[in-house]
Design a protein around this ligand. Sequence first.
Ligand code: ATP
Length: 256
Amino acid sequence: MTQTEIPEDHPRYASLVTRHRIEAGVEKGITSKQGLIAQGRGEAFDYLLGERTLPSADRAARAAAATLLAADRPVISVNGNVAALAPAETVELADAVDADLEVNLFNHTDERVRRIADHLREHGADAVKGLAADGEIPGLSHARGTVDADGIEAADVVVVPLEDGDRAEALDAMGKTEIVVDLNPGSRSPRTADVPIVDNLVRAVPNVTAHARDLADASPAELREALDAFDAAEALTAAEAAIRSGAFDRGAADAA
Ligand code: ATP
C-alpha cells in the first residue's frame, strides 16, 4: 500500500501515513533499519498519548521557538527518521528561526549523509551541513561523535529531534542548550534537554514554526516570558501522567 492508497477517512490515517514515510525512507536509503524500530516505539507512546499535542507540549514548542529566536548559532540536527517524516517542515523551521540544518547520524555513513542532504535540498533547503565532518562531540566514539566544526560543534542551541540518550548527554556536557523532540518522557534525551517537547515530530516541528512566526517580532522580554512560562520537569511529569492515565475510548485509538 502506498501513501496515496490509504483512505483519508481511515481512523488511523495519520499513523499509517507516518509509517509509510519511514518505510519509503528506508527504501530510499535515507533511514536506517534501526529507524523502523524507533518509529515503532514512538507510535506506541503516541497511541497512549491519544495522538494529540498536550498543552504542556505546546508550551514546550513555544519555549523552543523563543530559545531558537534568541540563539546566536542555532542548528537543527537531522537524522534519517526526521528526514523521512518531516523534510519540508524541518526546512521551514530552519528558515523561520534562521538556523542551520546539519545531517547527523547515529549510524554515520558518508553515502547516507549525502542522500539525506539531497533529500532536504529537494524539499527546499539551500545549505545543508554534515558533510565536512571535521568536528567532534567529545566523549563519544568517532562514528557517533562526528559533527561539523562550524555546525553542531560551534552551535549554542541545538534541536536534536529523536536523539539517542548518550549523544544528548554528551551535547549537554559540551554546554549546548538542547531542544529535544521525543514521545517517550522517560527516555534520557528529553530528560537531558533544556526544552523537551514530548510530542510526535510530525506535529511538533510545524508547531514550533508556528510559534516562531508568532514570536518573530517579540522583544527580548517577551521571549523571556515564553521561556519562563515553561517548566521542563513539569512537562515531563504531565506527559507521563497523560500516558499512564490515558483511556482507550478515543476515536483514533478505537479502530486500531
Ligand atoms: P534513550 O537512549 O534516550 O533512552 P531510547 O533508547 O529510548 O533513548 P531509541 O531507541 O533511539 O531511544 O528510540 C527512539 C526514540 O524516539 C523513542 O523514545 C521514541 O519514542 C522516539 N520517537 C520515535 N519516533 C518518534 C516521532 N515520530 N516523534 C517523536 N518521538 C519519536
